[in-house]
Design a protein around this ligand. Structure first.
Ligand SMILES: [Mg+2]
Length: 284
């Protein structure tokens, strides 16, 4: 590990926040367990360092997981589609937020019905099969994503991002990209699926929260250090937005080859194992 320890910074004037991807990063790629990261999670909790979940998962999927993590911090859903901030979390009013349930919600993404229409248009235009979550019965999501039936039902409750697979070999990524950008949309590659989405990305949503945490740190005259940790290309905008970007190993032991950043920490270990080691090392 390169020497990226934070101990050089005066403890008394330091505030830290950790932004983390879930699948294949904090959660094991196949079991979806975060057990291997427990030691670092406990240490972060002991130091009152917020962990912000930043995922392609939906609100319905993240909420139960957040309870299991005993996490009461903001979270980011569907690849940056929206930021959920618990009411009264920050001692100031949030820009562009709508109060709903127990949250202030900042919507950054394109609506799901528009994404679904675009996917089906592109399918016809390119004469290929693009199967989105909206086309898949629950059983198919269970098989393709390795989720339980109940989890798959929660994963289908989408608002801002459509995971899809390309079923035809003759579909080139260039043609796909062109058809998507022509509609003012974009796509990214996640762990198991491509994701069709609006112009939002994890980075914009993380940036929004960094501004909030910075304001809070300024108020306490702390210096804010931001950490981001991910495993796939859809994490790149998040990793670009933070001071300390961390990449964990993918299930085959490799690191996402298309992520290159100055100061990038390549954590030794798959998913939550790498997560645990990188965090403990940053906190040492
Ligand atoms: Mg991931």
């Amino acid at each position: 590990m390169p020497s990226q320890k934070l101990s050089a910074i005066d403890e008394a004037t330091r505030a830290m926040v950790v932004f983390t991807d879930l699948d294949g990063t904090l959660l094991d790629d196949s079991t979806y367990s975060f057990d291997a990261a427990r030691e670092a999670l406990d240490e972060l909790r002991a130091r009152s360092i917020p962990i912000v979940v930043v995922s392609s998962k939906t609100r319905a999927e993240i909420e139960p997981l957040r309870s299991r993590l005993r996490n009461e911090h903001p979270f980011i859903v569907e690849n940056g589609g929206a930021v959920f901030v618990p009411s009264n979390y920050f001692p100031f009013q949030l820009m562009a937020a709508t109060a709903h349930d127990q949250y202030h919600i900042v919507s950054l993404g394109t609506s799901y019905p528009r994404l679904r229409r675009a996917l089906k248009e592109i399918e016809q235009e390119l004469d290929v099969e693009l199967r989105g979550y909206g086309d898949m019965p629950v059983e198919e999501v269970v098989t393709r994503a390795g989720l339980s039936r109940q989890e798959a039902e929660l994963a289908k409750q989408r608002d801002y991002d459509e995971p899809f697979v390309v079923e035809s070999e003759r579909c080139t990524l260039d043609a796909l990209t062109q058809a998507i950008t022509a509609r003012g949309l974009r796509w990214t590659k996640g762990d198991r699926f491509h994701h069709l989405m609006g112009i939002q990305d994890k980075g914009q949503a993380v940036q929004y929260l960094i501004e909030c945490y910075r304001r809070l740190a300024d108020h306490h005259r702390d210096r804010l250090i931001t950490v981001g940790i991910g495993n796939s290309l859809n994490d790149l905008p998040m990793l670009k937005a933070v001071d300390r970007p961390v990449l964990v190993q993918q299930h085959d032991g490799s690191y996402e080859p298309d992520i290159e950043l100055p100061g990038l920490i390549r954590a030794p270990g798959l998913g939550p194992i790498g997560w645990n080691r990188a965090m403990l090392s940053l906190l040492a």
